[in-house]
Design a binder for this molecule. Structure first.
Ligand SMILES: O=C(O)CCC(=O)C(=O)O
Ligand SMILES: [Fe+2]
Length: 377
């Protein structure tokens, strides 16, 4: 099951302790032996979530996910049926769980339109995570068409009750509206540095969001099926799934579109890289072998500074770029004929001290649906 997406991250053990506290308080009686007997039983019940549900119901005792886990002890089909039943009864948590399943094709086929319908219904109950997910779906065309104004209105409606939504608005609005003047490093192939494309607050936000998702770069060795270190990229990376593209990430993507003079609907999901000392991205082309809809442009957004090494280098062109947090580097990967342009081979040189963080937006020649990216990878 995918990562939880909640307004406030509360670890299940914490909510369990709270639930136990509430329950024990109500049985507090004068007789110490009886108290300890009952308390012992309570601890045993708390170790058995299913017993807990049967005794106390769930409402303020367990999260919906804990409840589903408890039912899952009766078997996987029972848990799936339970979620469907609760969703049909209008339970927003259940609708959101089903929406995730329909997005990712878990326990049934992928159906983005149904995922959007479920999220919209959950959001209509005032469920804050559903409201924010619905906004992301409107921004990324997940089961619906793109409507950035409607997405913003939803985040604004959530903000008085949701510090997270308020933070999204504040940080999105900290990003300059107009892309600053580019500094052209090469006319042909086009390479430009854009100082201050996004704010430092937005940089910090992107890093914080990517941090828990980072995975070391591996490839599968076809000879033995083993995971082996990626031959070209030694950093750790993560791409934001479309339902995670919040207002800040979307605004970053919009600025990458403006900086490259492309439509925001052509970009792949924003990808974050973190390099620690010794890590690098060896010389490579961003254009992909054998795809119809080629990566015509790349926008690199530098998220921090203060590290040693880690410059972006174009060896064929003799260009080396060192940037500050918030700066971007834009370049064209393809020739006018739409073929990979070998001159744009580039590398992230090894980091010698500190950490280097970077967000990459690979932009295709034509419209690119973000869910397609998942199926192609
Ligand atoms: O780390 C760098 O400077 C280069 C990154 C890069 O080439 C990419 O993300 O495609
Ligand atoms: Fe690259």
């Amino acid at each position: 099951m995918r990562r939880r997406r909640r307004e406030q991250t509360s670890s299940s053990s914490v909510s369990f302790v709270r639930a136990r506290h509430r329950a024990t308080r109500s049985i507090w009686g004068p007789h110490v032996a009886e108290i300890s007997r009952r308390a012992g039983k309570m601890v045993a019940i708390c170790r058995d979530p299913l017993a807990f549900v049967q005794l106390y119901g769930r409402r303020d005792a367990m999260t919906f996910e804990q409840e589903v886990q408890a039912v899952a002890r009766q078997g996987h089909d029972a848990a799936v049926a339970f979620v469907h039943q609760r969703a049909a009864e209008g339970d927003a948590d259940a609708m959101m769980m089903l929406a995730q399943w329909r997005c990712w094709g878990h326990f049934g086929s992928q159906d983005l339109a149904e995922a959007y319908r479920l999220t919209e219904a959950a959001a209509a109950t005032g469920h804050l995570p559903a409201m924010l997910t619905r906004a992301s779906m409107l921004l990324t065309r997940t089961g619906t068409s793109r409507d950035a104004d409607a997405a913003r209105a939803i985040v604004e409606a959530a903000a008085p009750r949701s510090p997270l939504a308020a933070q999204h608005l504040a940080i999105a609005d900290s990003i300059p509206r107009e892309a600053p003047q580019p500094e052209i490093l090469s006319d042909d192939p086009y390479i430009a540095r854009i100082p201050g494309l996004i704010s430092r607050d937005a940089c910090a936000f992107v890093m914080a969001r990517a941090m828990p998702m980072l995975q070391p770069s591996f490839v599968i060795d076809p000879a033995n099926g083993q995971r082996v270190p990626h031959p070209i990229r030694t950093s750790a990376g993560a791409a934001f799934p479309p339902t995670d593209e919040d207002l800040v990430l979307h605004t970053v993507n919009c600025r990458a579109a403006t900086a490259s003079n492309t439509d925001v609907g052509r970009g792949e999901p924003l990808h974050v890289l973190r390099y620690t000392p010794g890590q690098e991205y060896r010389p490579h082309l961003d254009a992909l072998p054998g795809v119809e809809n080629q990566r015509s442009h790349t926008v690199l957004i530098y998220l921090n500074d203060g590290y040693g090494g880690g410059e972006t280098e174009f060896p064929e062109l003799g260009i080396t770029v060192r940037a500050q947090a918030g700066d971007a580097l834009v370049f064209r990967n393809t020739t006018d004929a739409g073929r990979a342009d070998a001159r744009t081979e580039h590398a992230g040189l090894p980091v010698t001290s500190g950490e280097k963080w970077l967000a990459t937006r690979w932009i295709r020649q034509a419209e690119f649906h973000p869910w397609k990216a998942e199926t192609e990878r």
